[in-house]
Design a binder for this molecule. Structure first.
Ligand code: 2M8
Length: 426
């Protein structure tokens, strides 16, 4: 079977009547940004599924516009995931859906650019127009409740909101949390039973304790505000790039559908004006996250250093500088989630080194938009070849050249499948 058919089969396998799970067993519910990437891939062969995927996701939107990171559909019959619906207990919030249980944190806002892709591919305009309004409400939540000093840059409150859960960029923040705050937290993980070799490829129990400490603090505050002295308040360049990219796309969609786009244009302008002030480091010539609590950049070498190319935020001379940094990295053809030279790099461990398809997809799109065609085409080809050689997995060893060595984490991983389909189609 060719790779496109294999990927399509995986999306079929993971389809659950109105949404798609990220991977069987390991992730049995609907995840926010996963659904965006999946809808993008489904827009080609299953436009109805693509629309339904995003409609189902927004059926879990809260009254204040907030869009949760997991919707626990059919949670009674699914026991393979922790933290569960009852652990999160979204009912503490007066805004939460009373119909659909969810988490109380969000994930990168990919939906705007996914909507643009759907419109471009001829999907139902009326349904796209309805989704447009819901996405705007979500962005209003972000700009009302997460806007840092009215910069147009929005803050995240949990590492799970970044989507890059155990990246080295969060290490210092976690190390500053006093041990007595989390050491006694009790829990039973499920993820470790769902993947091969989990001690080398998934976060540690000690990491989970700190993730749960943050979760419990946010829950005490009804997922509405950060408590005083709360340790995790970050401006993430990946989250903000994705928001900018979505806004750029919403403006185009809005104009085509005769919607008012002034508000988004205004927010976009602010975000772009402030982006480099917070994220660009002119000495290192890289983008870094900004830790609000200490008022400093987190100067670590990881994939987020490059992601702003996705929304064409850097000027072309900055892009050339960024690409030079990448080329010097030990002859790797794809972007690893963390640079092998960075302290804490682990080639098999989740967001601490492995290659992820969604990240390379974003950089590929960005390079192509700058007209850097040779680099873009090479990145695309190498990503497809990696998945052909190692399987449709969640993440991949950046140094594995051995044919048929499997990838890591969830097998039959939906966003890998969906984005490979998109790469093949373009
Ligand atoms: C991973 O995160 C979840 C928590 O959200 C987990 O480890 O349990 C991340 O890779 C995240 O980015 C992704 O959305 C999720 C589902 O694929 O898995």
């Amino acid at each position: 079977m060719d790779i496109e058919a294999t990927c399509q089969n995986i999306l079929d396998l993971n389809w659950q009547e109105k949404f798609t799970i990220p991977a069987p067993g390991l992730y049995p519910f609907q995840w926010n940004w996963d659904s965006g990437f999946i809808a993008l891939g489904n827009a080609y062969n299953y436009p109805e599924r693509a629309l339904l995927e995003i409609e189902t996701l927004f059926s879990g939107q809260w009254k204040n516009g907030f869009l949760p990171h997991i919707l626990f559909h059919n949670f009674e019959s699914k026991q393979s995931y922790f933290p569960s619906a009852s652990y999160w207990d979204s009912s503490v919030s007066e805004y939460a859906s009373t119909q659909i249980k969810s988490t109380g944190i969000t994930q990168p806002p990919v939906h705007g650019f996914v909507l643009g892709h759907m419109l471009k591919n001829g999907l139902d305009r009326k349904r796209i127009a309805d989704l447009f309004d819901k996405i705007i409400n979500y962005h209003k939540y972000l700009y009302n409740c997460r806007n840092y000093k009215d910069t147009g840059l929005v803050a995240i409150w949990h590492n799970w909101e970044s989507g890059m859960d155990n990246s080295v960029v969060w290490d210092d923040i976690f190390n500053r949390i006093p041990k007595e705050n989390y050491i006694d937290i009790q829990f039973q993980r499920k993820d470790v039973h769902e993947v091969e070799n989990s001690s080398e490829t998934r976060p540690e129990d000690n990491d989970y304790k700190r993730y749960l400490f943050l979760l419990n603090e946010l829950k005490k505050n009804k997922y509405d505000k950060v408590p005083e002295n709360y340790p995790f308040q970050v401006l993430c360049p990946v989250f903000n790039t994705i928001l900018i990219k979505s806004n750029q796309s919403l403006i185009k969609v809005g104009k085509e559908l005769n919607k008012d786009t002034l508000w988004i244009e205004h927010q976009l302008e602010k975000s772009l004006n402030n982006f480099d002030n917070y994220f660009w480091n002119s000495k290192d010539e890289l983008y870094y996250p900004y830790d609000i609590n200490i008022g400093k950049q987190v100067c670590k070498h990881y994939i987020g250093n490059f992601i702003p190319v996705f929304a064409q935020i850097p000027e072309i001379n900055q892009v050339h500088k960024l690409m030079k940094k990448w080329n010097t990295e030990k002859g790797l053809t794809l972007f690893p989630s963390v640079s092998p030279e960075e302290k804490g790099f682990q080639r098999k461990n989740y967001w601490r080194g492995p290659v992820w398809v969604n990240m390379n997809w974003m950089i590929w799109k960005g390079l192509a938009a700058y007209g850097l065609n040779d680099q873009a085409i090479k990145l695309k080809k190498d990503t497809i070849t990696m998945v052909k050689n190692h399987g449709v997995y969640e993440y991949f060893d950046p140094f594995s050249n051995t044919f048929n060595d499997p990838g890591y984490g969830g097998s039959d991983f939906s966003w890998t499948a969906a984005l490979i389909i998109d790469m093949i189609k373009n």
